[in-house]
Write a protein that binds this ligand. Structure first.
Ligand code: M6R
Length: 609
């Protein structure tokens, strides 16, 4: 996730306006920044790695000349956060500048083709191919307009994008296009703007036009012209008046980042389905070769590891050891060796306990693999291979979208490994791949249908002194994560156990009215889980069940229930089953009057041991 912004002004210089707008978009990404403007038929660019304020201090982003320009604040996906990879990217002649938010899936093939034709690339990004493709399109005779060259280019792109292009060939225009990444236009009598999000231009205008997927827009001081990418047909759309307060705007109308991030999950899951196959394959190869595999992480990332250990075992028949990072050195520090592989999972890539485990593993010559949301983090630097999960910045302290994305990546790894090891039939592979591709839609349905229920259940149980979370099999991880969410933001003491273990002690806590959340996918554990529900009911517990749609048997046993769509395979079930529990935790915090984004005593990234 990156932030893009640009403007054409009737009067004055664009650069300071772009700079100020990028500051308002900084929450979308902040590892590098860049601007490009055009003045007197020349393209001017400033860009560098680092936060906007630091880059501005060193390079003065405001002194670029010209009244037209584009700017980008980056959250690295392809290529480390270095100056060379910062946007804008240009063509071979430095006449076309492009900024991009999204992921171009087929960039490697396109790049190869362009290189074969003599194009010279400077960066490691997927974005740079766009500038070169436009350059090529403009070489046709008779030369097309810049808008038509961009149109021809975007038709070649697979993946997600919102892009903006300026060129010295048509120095009074900005061409934007969108597919699955956000793009909005802002208008007033003195200027025209585009941005990833409305907050970027809200202090400048409250008149906004939302660009839809599959549309291309030409901006000039005359206004905007929208066309459909598929058939070039014109689209007419009137600006809407936006009445958001500035602090609402930065959260896109959501009251808290956590809720915004819960709702971003379908988009983030889609991003995980666009990962470069090469890295997944490479990682699967390392996992396959290892004598033993440790999955090492803290907090929510550890729960992703726990769930993954079931995926690896069930799909690829690979035993893995999920280990809480702060225990890794004590528990395995002496036994880890050259034949061991450590897959460290960390949203931030900076968690001290996780990095300490990685250090010990490296000292003992083990192979270190990483899964993180932060390209350029320490974890990416110390891993032999790493995967960037591409969830965009997560600002709420409670991990939500990064958890479900981690699960999606790990399930893809497990599937690849299963294929490599010949452990699943092609039919089963196809079936699981289809279900994986459907996860974003499944989560969309849950968000649409279960949020009201989460509010009601939170109201009903807001004074509960303690909660139980129980699940069997892979749902044990979902239970642990549901419990962590509730504890960390709503400050409700909560206990999670594998449901089968609850009768070995924890059940003594239960008395009438005690809320027990059961995670109940329709998998092999379903029947036994019903027995565990009965045990709790017999002691007067109030059952809150997360069930598959139409699971009347458990619905009849529960006081309250959430329903998730049918037919999600067991190994993927933590993604849909955690979603209502994230909402429950969020609304419990709201009911109790707490700010869910900044829970007391916690930090987003824990860099001390
Ligand atoms: O950045 P990491 O994934 O390494 O962070 C690990 C934990 O600190 C983190 O998951 C923490 O537990 C969150 N507050 C959970 O919501």
């Amino acid at each position: 996730m990156c932030g893009i912004f640009g403007c054409i002004l009737k009067n004055g210089n664009a650069a300071p306006v772009i700079h100020a707008a990028l500051k308002r978009l900084e929450y979308r990404g902040y590892d590098s920044v860049g601007e490009a403007t055009i003045s007197n038929g020349k393209l001017f660019i400033k860009k560098d790695q680092g936060k906007i304020d630091d880059v501005h201090k060193a390079r003065n982003l405001d002194d670029l000349p010209g009244s037209i320009g584009i700017g980008h604040t980056r959250w690295a996906t392809h290529g480390a956060p270095l100056e060379i990879n910062a946007h804008p990217h240009v063509d071979c002649h430095g006449q076309i500048a492009v900024i991009h938010n999204g992921i171009i899936e087929n960039y490697a093939d396109l790049k190869q083709e362009l290189e074969n034709r003599g194009h010279v690339f400077k960066s490691k990004t997927d974005t740079e191919v766009i500038a070169h493709l436009i350059e090529r399109a403009l070489e046709a005779f008779p030369p097309p307009s810049l808008a038509d060259a961009v149109l021809e280019t975007v038709k070649k792109l697979d993946g997600s994008y919102s892009i903006a292009v300026i060129s010295t060939k048509e120095p009074d225009k900005i061409i934007c296009a969108r597919h699955e990444s956000p793009l909005v236009i802002g208008v007033n009598e003195n200027a025209i703007y585009f941005a990833s999000d409305i907050p970027a231009f809200l202090p400048l205008t409250n008149k906004a036009v939302i660009v839809d997927d599959g549309e291309i827009v030409t901006l000039s001081l005359k206004g905007f012209e929208i066309r459909k990418i598929a058939d070039s047909s014109m689209v007419s759309r009137e600006p809407k008046l936006i009445d958001w307060a500035p602090e609402m705007a930065v959260k896109q109308g959501y009251p808290y980042f956590m809720l915004k991030e819960i709702h971003e999950q379908p988009a983030c899951l889609r991003n995980t389905l666009r990962l470069q196959e090469h890295y997944l394959d490479l990682m699967a190869t390392f996992l396959d070769r290892a004598r033993e595999v440790y999955l090492v992480a803290c907090g929510t990332s550890y729960h992703a590891c726990l769930a993954s250990s079931y995926m690896f075992s069930k799909l690829a028949f690979l035993a893995t050891y999920p280990v809480i990072a702060s225990e890794f050195v004590e528990q395995h520090g002496k036994s880890v060796n050259i034949d061991s592989t450590i897959l460290a999972v960390s949203q931030s890539g900076e968690t001290a306990d996780t990095l300490a485990s990685v250090n010990v593993a490296r000292q003992r010559a083990a192979t270190v693999l990483g899964l993180t949301n932060t390209i350029g983090s320490t974890l990416t630097r110390v891993s032999r291979v790493y995967i960037g999960q591409q969830s965009g910045p997560e600002i709420g302290v409670a991990a939500t979208k990064t958890f479900t994305s981690q699960l999606s990546v790990m399930s893809q790894l497990a599937l690849r490994l299963a294929k490599k090891r010949g452990k699943v039939s092609q039919d089963e592979m196809d079936y699981l791949a289809e279900k994986l591709n459907k996860l974003p839609e499944t989560v969309e349905t849950i968000l649409r249908t279960q949020e009201e229920k989460a509010k009601q259940i939170a109201k009903k149980y807001k004074d509960a002194k303690v909660f139980f979370f129980l699940g069997r099999g892979i749902s044990t991880a979902t239970a642990y994560e549901g419990r962590l969410k509730l504890m960390e933001i709503a400050y409700v003491p909560a206990i999670a156990f594998p449901a089968g273990e609850s009768k070995h002690g924890p059940i003594s806590l239960v008395e009438p009215g005690f809320p027990v959340v059961f995670i109940c996918p329709k998998d092999d554990t379903h029947k036994t889980l019903i027995g565990n529900i009965m045990e709790m009911k017999a002691r007067g517990a109030s059952i809150i069940a997360v069930v598959e749609e139409g699971d009347e048997e458990i619905k009849n046993l529960a006081e309250d229930f959430f329903e998730v769509p049918k037919g999600v395979p067991e190994v993927l079930s933590p993604v849909p089953f955690i979603t209502p529990l994230q909402l429950l935790a969020y609304y419990m915090a709201i009911e109790k009057g707490f700010n869910p984004d900044t829970p007391r005593n916690l930090a987003k990234s824990v860099t001390v041991k």
